[in-house]
Design a protein around this ligand. Structure first.
Ligand code: SF4
Ligand code: MG
Length: 319
């Protein structure tokens, strides 16, 4: 079947600020990423902070303008739409951020914040909007009285429930979740992830779930893509990725995930150094400066993406 969203060769480059005009530096935040989002699935996008995953999410909604590539939503390229025609699609693609209230007025009651998307899209009468907001509070496991609360009166978990309610009030089909549980403690994290799974089933949602922690996306993702310095280095169904990670970077990420069965414990692989700057990414395979298996070839030649098993792709010279 046709994917709900097909991302093709997405690039987001921007000029680095504070640099001399003679050295025109370009940050390749997202550097040629392609993947499909299938109807009803959760695609987990994982990588270290600074790898470009948030930029990718924002580019899909054009909250930041992509430099190159396509985003075909039901066959229509979102990157080619005028601002005006994009508005219609923006109802169907919503985003949830780590802290949903960071961009909202702290003196505005929750109910008003919830209704805002309806106001922006000119949907319903004031009474209908209030009814819909109340309904959404129940949907995300809160109570109607939360309508009158101020953001600071809510816990982190409650705030993220409001974030979800606000994203879902327009009845979207795709929700881009950018580290939605990263600021929460572990117990609240699993409550929110469980709520998201329940909402996905009830409302037939498709998720792009962005996280730096692969353990967080494991139980919600059907497939996982691993990003390193603006590129997708591995992609596989979740089970296959955990059973047989092929890219050395994925192996490093997985070696840090605790396993319930001690006999299945992987040896922890330590990653040397920090993520290199996307301003000056390493030549060849960008991971070669930290890869335990790097050879001379890795320094000069960029590995191409290969299918190593059905639906399982990786880009590494070793495979
Ligand atoms: Fe490591 Fe080379 Fe594979 Fe890159 S191509 S992940 S440096 S072995
Ligand atoms: Mg981020």
């Amino acid at each position: 079947a046709e994917p709900l969203l097909r991302v093709n060769g997405l690039k987001k480059y921007y000029a680095a600020s504070g640099r001399s005009a003679f050295r025109r530096s370009v940050v390749k935040a997202v550097d040629g990423v392609s993947f499909d989002l299938r109807e009803g699935e959760t695609y987990g996008l994982v990588g270290e902070s600074g790898c470009g995953k948030s930029t990718l999410g924002k580019s899909l909604l054009r909250l930041t303008e992509p430099t190159e590539g396509e985003a075909l939503y039901r066959g229509v390229d979102l990157f080619k739409q005028s601002r005006k025609s994009l508005q219609a699609y923006r109802r169907e693609l919503q985003i949830v951020f780590q802290d949903p209230f960071s961009s909202l007025n702290p003196r505005q009651i929750v109910g008003r914040a919830l209704e805002e998307p309806l106001v922006i899209h000119g949907i319903g009468s004031p009474k209908e909007r209030t009814d819909r907001a109340m309904e959404m509070l129940i949907t995300v496991g809160l109570r109607m009285e939360h309508y009158y609360r101020l953001p600071h009166e809510l816990s982190g978990g409650q705030r993220q429930r409001i974030g979800l309610a606000r994203a879902l009030i327009l009845n979207p089909r795709i929700v881009i979740c950018d580290e939605p549980v990263s600021a929460l403690d572990v117990i609240i994290q699993s409550q929110i992830v469980n709520l998201m799974r329940k909402l996905q089933a009830e409302l037939k949602l498709t998720y792009l779930f962005i996280a730096h922690d692969i353990a967080v996306v494991r139980h919600i993702s059907d497939r996982i893509g691993i990003m390193y310095l603006g590129k997708l280095v591995e992609e596989a169904p979740t089970d296959k990725l955990f059973a047989n990670p092929r890219h050395p970077y994925t192996q490093v990420l997985l070696s840090a995930v605790p396993v319930p069965d001690p006999s299945g414990r992987r040896e922890r692989i330590a990653l040397e150094g920090d993520l290199p700057s996307p301003l000056d990414p390493p030549s060849g395979c960008a991971f070669h400066t930290r890869c335990p298996f790097a050879t001379e070839r890795c320094r000069t030649e960029t590995p191409i993406r290969r299918e190593v098993d059905e639906g399982h792709f990786a880009a590494c010279h070793l495979i």
